[in-house]
Design a protein around this ligand. Structure first.
Ligand code: UGB
Length: 623
C-alpha cells in the first residue's frame, strides 16, 4: 500500500511554480513525491501546465508518474543526471564543439589477416580453442528504420536458398563453435556458450516468440538471456525541457538511447560475474544482420587470445571518406584528459575534419594499398571479461553520450523535432586508461561484413562502387563468400554473372550454403573437399550434415544433402539437373511477401537432387 503524504508534501509550497501540479498532489504517494520535486528543480514545470483540476484524467496523471519513475530508475544517476548531461552536451553542440577537440589522430596498429594463409589458420585454431570460454552478446533492440521492414531484423532470412533467418544462423554458428571447442578440450567439456540478446520494447516480444516457436534453434533455453533496454526522454530545446508526447499530453516522448546501453545492462544483470566465476574469458558483441560475421569470429577471437587484447574491434579495409567509422589512435595533447591515448571509432564525418585540423592537409586519403590508413569499424567487439568487469565496476557501464539535434536554422536555438541523448557500444574504450590493450583485426570485406540496413529504394541510389548494404547484397555476399572459400580450398567454382535486382547490380555466384556445423573454419572446409571438384554458376548446393565430404564432384544444377552427425557421406561424380533459378520480383508488388520483395528475387526450385542420410555409417552418393 502507498504510504500517506506528509503535511509539507500536501501543502506543496515547493510546487508553487506549477499551480496545476500543486492542485493534484493528493494523487501521489509519498514514494512518488520526490519525482515532481526533482522535475521542478530541473526546470520541467511545463510538463504540468495543461493539467486539469483533480478528478479529471486522474488515472492518466498517475500513469505519468509511473512513466517518470521508470525513466528515473532506468538511467544511471536518474532523470536529473540525464537532464544535466543533456544541457552540457546541447551547449557544446550549439557552440559547434568537436568532441575530439584537443586529440591528434594517428594510424593505429592492429592485425591484418589474409584469409586462408598459415597465419589465418593458426589464429582460427587458437580462436576455436578459446570458443568455449566466450559469451556472445547480440544487440538487437534497433527498429531498423532505414530498412523499413515490418518485422524484427533477426527474423529476416539471411539467404533465401534455405530461408535460414539471422537468429538461426547466429545460434547455429555459436553451437558449432561450442561443439568444435569442446571437442578440443582435454577430456571433453560440456560448457554451453551463453548468448545474451539485447532487445527493446520494439523487438522484445517478437524476439521471444521467434525463439520459442523454433525451440531456441537448438540452444538450451537457459543458454539464452534477453535483456531489454529502455528508451530515454526526448528533449525539446537547448534547456533540455522534456518533450510532451504529441499523442498523449500525460506522457513524455521517448526514443531509443542507442546500442551503448548494452554495457550498463550487462553490468546490472549480474551475468558478468557469473560468467567470470564459471571460467569464461571473452565477451563478443555483434549486430543483428551480418550474415558473414561468424566466418571472421574464430580468427578474430584467436587474435584476442594470442595478443592478449583487452578490446579487439573487427574492421574491414575502408576507402578514404567511405561512410563507415574509421578506427584511429587518438592522443590528447595537453595531458589532462584521463585517457590520453585511445584506439577508438571516429565517425567518418568527424575523421576527415579532425585530420585536416591536426596537420594532415589532405585529410582522409587512401594509402598505397588503395585504402584509407584508418580501417572501417564493423562494430563487432571482443572484450576480455576480467578487464571489462574491472572497468564496469568503476563506470557502472555508462558510456559517453552524444546528442545530435537537427536545428531549425543557423541560430541553433530551436530544433526541427525533439532530440535525445544517445550512446554507442563501440565508445566503450573512451573511458579506458592508456595502459589498456586496445587493438583491432582487419579482415577482407567479402569474408566479414555484409549487413542488411538499407531499403531497396535507398540502396539503388548508393553511388556506384559503394556497398548497397541491402537484403539483396547481404544475400549475394553469402554466396560469394562461400564460393570464394571453396575456391581457396581447391574447388573450381565458376565466375559470377552480373544481374540487377531492385535497381542494384550485383554479382551472382553459385548459391552455395552450408550449415555452420559442416565447417566453421578454413581448415574444416579444406578437410572436407577432396580430389577435383567443380561447380557451375547456375548451381545451388546446400550442405546440412556435419560429415559430408565432396570428392571429385561436378555439380551443374541443384544438390541438397543432409545427414545425421554420425553418418559419413562422400558426395562425388557428376550431378546434373535443371536446378533452381532466380526470378526477379518487383519491390512494389504487394502480393509478394515483404522478406522476398526487399531482395528483388525469389528462387524457383525447378529440379534438384535431394538426399538425406538418417542412419549412422559410411555412405557414398555417386549418382
Ligand atoms: N541497436 C540496439 O540494440 N539498440 C539501439 O538503441 C540501436 C541499435 P544500426 P548504425 O554496421 O557499419 C552502427 O542502426 O547506425 C542495435 C555503428 O554505430 O544498424 O548503422 C541494432 O539492432 C557504426 O559505427 O547502426 O551504426 C543493430 O543490431 C557502424 O559500425 C545494431 O545496434 C555500423 O553500425 C546497429 O544498429 C555498421
Amino acid at each position: 500500500m502507498a504510504s500517506t503524504l506528509s503535511k509539507h508534501d500536501i501543502n506543496g509550497d515547493w510546487a508553487s511554480s506549477a499551480p496545476n501540479l500543486k492542485k493534484n498532489l493528493s494523487l501521489l504517494s509519498s514514494e512518488q513525491i520526490e519525482l515532481p520535486k526533482m522535475l521542478l528543480e530541473m526546470g520541467q514545470s511545463h510538463l504540468f501546465e495543461h493539467w486539469p483540476e483533480p478528478g479529471v484524467d486522474d488515472d492518466e496523471k498517475r500513469a505519468f508518474f509511473d512513466q517518470v519513475a521508470k525513466l528515473n530508475a532506468s538511467y544511471p544517476g536518474g532523470l536529473a543526471s540525464y537532464i544535466r548531461t543533456a544541457r552540457e552536451l546541447l551547449a557544446e553542440s550549439k557552440e559547434g564543439k568537436n568532441p575530439f577537440d584537443g586529440f591528434t589522430p594517428s594510424v593505429p596498429s592492429g592485425e591484418v589477416l589474409t584469409y586462408g594463409d598459415e597465419n589465418f589458420v593458426q589464429f582460427e585454431e587458437a580462436g576455436v580453442r578459446e570458443g568455449r570460454n566466450a559469451a556472445f552478446v547480440l544487440v538487437a533492440g534497433g527498429l531498423g528504420e532505414r530498412l523499413g521492414y515490418n518485422g524484427i531484423k533477426v527474423a529476416l532470412p539471411s539467404e533465401s536458398t534455405t530461408g535460414t533467418c539471422f537468429l538461426q544462423l547466429y545460434i547455429e554458428s555459436i553451437l558449432a563453435l561450442q561443439d568444435a571447442s569442446c571437442r578440443l578440450a582435454e577430456g571433453g567439456c560440456k560448457r554451453q556458450i551463453p548468448l545474451v540478446i539485447m532487445t527493446s520494447d520494439d523487438t522484445h516480444a517478437r524476439t521471444m516468440e521467434l525463439l520459442e516457436s523454433n525451440a531456441y534453434f537448438g540452444m538450451v533455453p537457459t543458454q539464452v538471456t534477453l535483456l531489454k533496454q529502455e528508451k530515454v526522454a526526448c528533449l525539446d530545446d537547448n534547456d533540455a525541457r522534456l518533450a510532451v508526447d504529441s499523442h498523449n499530453k500525460y506522457r513524455i516522448q521517448t526514443k531509443p538511447h542507442g546500442h551503448g546501453d548494452v554495457h550498463s545492462l550487462l553490468y546490472s544483470s549480474g551475468l558478468l560475474n557469473k560468467w567470470r566465476d564459471a571460467g569464461l574469458r571473452w565477451v563478443l558483441f555483434f549486430q543483428d544482420t551480418n550474415g558473414l560475421l561468424f566466418k571472421a569470429i574464430p580468427a578474430a577471437l584467436g587474435v584476442s587470445a594470442t595478443k592478449q587484447y583487452h578490446v579487439n574491434s573487427l574492421a574491414v579495409p575502408r576507402k578514404a571518406k567511405e561512410p563507415i567509422g574509421g578506427i584511429a589512435r587518438l592522443t590528447h595533447s595537453d595531458g589532462t584528459f584521463i585517457c590520453r591515448t585511445m584506439v577508438i571509432n571516429v565517425e567518418y564525418n568527424q575523421l576527415d575534419p579532425l585530420l585536416r585540423a591536426t596537420g594532415y592537409a589532405d585529410g582522409d586519403v587512401n594509402s598505397e594499398t588503395g585504402f584509407s590508413h584508418f580501417p572501417g569499424n564493423i562494430n563487432q567487439l571482443i572484450i576480455e571479461l576480467g578487464h571489462y568487469i574491472e572497468e564496469l565496476t568503476k563506470t557502472g557501464g555508462a558510456i559517453k553520450e552524444f546528442v545530435n539535434p537537427k536545428y531549425k536554422d543557423s541560430t541553433k536555438t530551436a530544433f526541427k523535432s525533439s532530440t535525445r541523448l544517445e550512446c554507442m557500444m563501440q565508445d566503450y574504450p573512451k573511458t579506458l586508461p592508456s595502459s589498456a590493450r586496445v587493438g583491432f583485426t582487419v579482415m577482407d570485406t567479402w569474408l566479414a561484413y555484409a549487413p542488411v540496413k538499407n531499403n531497396p529504394e535507398d540502396a539503388a541510389k548508393v553511388p556506384k562502387g559503394n556497398p548497397y548494404h541491402s537484403a539483396t547484397s547481404g544475400e549475394m555476399a553469402i554466396y560469394r563468400a562461400n564460393s570464394l572459400i571453396l575456391r581457396k580450398a581447391g574447388v573450381k567454382v565458376d565466375d559470377p554473372v552480373n544481374q540487377v535486382f531492385n535497381g542494384q547490380e550485383v554479382e551472382v555466384w553459385s548459391r552455395i550454403v552450408w550449415k555452420p556445423k559442416w565447417a566453421l573454419t578454413f581448415s574444416e572446409v579444406r578437410s572436407k573437399v577432396k580430389g577435383s571438384c567443380c561447380i557451375s554458376q547456375k548451381s545451388t548446393m546446400v550442405i546440412k550434415g556435419r560429415n559430408i565430404f565432396l570428392e571429385d564432384l561436378s555439380l551443374d544444377g541443384a544438390l541438397v544433402i543432409d545427414s545425421v552427425d554420425d553418418a559419413e557421406v562422400i558426395v562425388g561424380d557428376s550431378v546434373q539437373n535443371k536446378g533452381w533459378i532466380l526470378e526477379s520480383v518487383d519491390y512494389k508488388d504487394a502480393s509478394v511477401p515483404e522478406e522476398v520483395r526487399i531482395r528483388g528475387f525469389r528462387i524457383n526450385k525447378i529440379e534438384q537432387l535431394e538426399k538425406s542420410f538418417n542412419e549412422s555409417g559410411k555412405f557414398c552418393l555417386k549418382p
